[in-house]
Design a protein around this ligand. Structure first.
Ligand code: GAP
Length: 433
């Protein structure tokens, strides 16, 4: 990482941790490497990203059906999907200090003075556990490494119950688990993370059309949530990189502080998965096309994004520093109004009961439609600073004049312009935005 970019990384991580977006997991016990908890602001942000993702699926030119599938499935699923044999990364181990690394990554491997590595061996990334009280081969299960398979194994269920017609999609959001050899870069690569995946089923003759459709759609979506277009690019996988199931994959990459890296993968999985599950389960997973009077296994285009990784890219992208006239620096997360964890901060000028009472009344009016917070701790200057840092687009100040004139001041985070408005008109003011 260049110095400036390293600085950006450190600053964003520091604010994320100190302001309640992300905490180190098990922190009171010294933490667990690469495991994170999402605090009040982080979990709100995660909810907002996911609800904007679901909402965007309403605009798709075909039906998209939601599912919410189990983390632990039959081990047959992972045998059939190829994960049991193929979902591996090459790993080397230092013969002297026993540290383990991925041997296919661009990161510089450094461990001890006498580093000497074993030949690479394939390491399966799935977490194993046992279902039920008996620990043996028959009770061995895996935590899902992708949400996608939950969709494939429910293809026929959705088709039948929803009377779905091709082309259509099935979407799934949830936790996935990978025993990454080298997790790191904060929440970029963790062993437990959240994915948002769509499997879009279409006729083979329309694969290319829908691949292009989804690439465009997903690129626009990242921009719609506030990620700068200049920090996004598309990169197609070459043959050697393709996952075992993919005919073609195009990644949406983000320019992280350490360089370009994956944000979402859009893959043409053909009929690989339905074919594999049909073969192994013996269940008919074909689609009957009444127009053509034909049965076939549909092709699949898969936009597979990371919810937690998107959250990180968003924090990096909207982070800004501004020099003020008095030479102080203002730090901000410039979140869109829709995505900001807190949309309106309500700040009584002092802790006087009357001011707090008015603030709480305003909060009661606004919190039915907006994410609000009454902030009474510390000086007004420090509270503005905190609200800027957590990316609150508007702050309302209740001052002593408010008690006389029934007016309050609304400050815009980005322009710092202030409007004095009547308390009665506060809802109308935000509705008009
Ligand atoms: N079903 C296909 C699939 O899972 P992937 O490219 O391995 O494809 C999709 O994962 C997305 O999930 C990635 O683009 C990334 O955003 C997210 N992701 C994958 N591994 C991750 C990890 N260890 N930590 C955080 N996010 C991860």
């Amino acid at each position: 990482m260049e110095m400036l970019d390293k600085e950006l990384f450190d600053k964003v991580v520091k604010i994320a941790q100190s302001r309640g977006f992300v905490f180190n997991a098990s922190s009171i016990y010294g933490g667990l490497r690469s495991s994170y908890d999402y605090g009040p602001l982080g979990s709100l942000l995660k909810q907002n990203i996911s609800s904007i993702w679901w909402k965007s699926l309403r605009n798709v030119e075909a039906d998209i059906y939601p599912v919410d599938t189990a983390i632990i499935q039959s081990s047959e699923v992972w045998k059939s999907s190829g994960h049991l044999n193929e979902f591996t990364d090459p790993m080397v181990e230092c013969k002297n200090c026993n540290k383990r690394f991925r041997s296919d990554s661009d990161e510089v491997i450094e461990c001890c003075e006498n580093q000497e590595f074993t030949d690479p061996k394939q390491f399966n990334l799935m977490f194993e556990t046992y279902s039920g009280p008996v620990k043996n081969e028959n009770s061995q299960v895996f935590l899902r490494p992708e949400t996608a398979q939950g969709i494939f194994i429910n293809f026929e269920n959705v088709l039948r119950t929803m009377r779905a017609k091709i082309p259509f999609g099935i979407a799934n959001i949830g936790k996935s688990f990978r025993n990454e050899i080298t997790p790191g870069q904060f929440i970029f690569r963790t062993r437990e993370f959240e994915q948002m995946e769509i499997e879009f089923f279409c006729n083979e003759s329309e694969e290319d059309k829908w691949m292009d459709y989804w690439i465009k759609e997903r690129m626009e979506w990242y921009q719609s949530i506030g990620i700068d277009k200049k920090q996004l690019r598309l990169r197609e996988h070459d043959e050697s990189e393709l996952a075992h199931y993919a005919k073609k994959t195009v990644d949406i990459e983000y320019l992280y502080p350490w360089g370009w890296g994956e944000l979402e993968g859009i893959a043409n999985r053909g009929s690989y998965d339905l074919h594999a599950h049909q073969e192994s389960s013996g269940k008919d997973l074909t689609y009957f096309d009444s127009l053509d009077d034909k049965k076939y296994l549909p092709s699949v285009i898969e936009p597979a994004g990371g919810l937690t990784r998107t959250l990180f890219a968003l924090l990096l992208s909207v982070y800004e520093e501004e020099k003020l006239e008095n030479d102080e620096t203002r730090t901000l997360f410039k979140f869109n109004f829709d995505i900001a964890p807190i949309q309106i901060g309500i700040l009584p000028l002092s802790k006087k009961d009357d001011l707090i009472k008015v603030s709480e009344q305003i909060n009661k009016t606004l919190n039915q439609n907006y994410r609000t917070e009454v902030d009474i701790t510390q000086s007004i200057g420090k509270r503005y600073r905190r609200q800027d840092e957590i990316g609150t687009p508007y702050c309302i100040t209740v001052d002593f004049d408010s008690l006389e004139d029934n007016c309050i001041t609304v400050r815009n985070r980005d322009t710092m312009k202030q409007d004095r408005i009547s308390i009665e008109k506060v809802s109308e003011y935000f509705e008009k935005l």
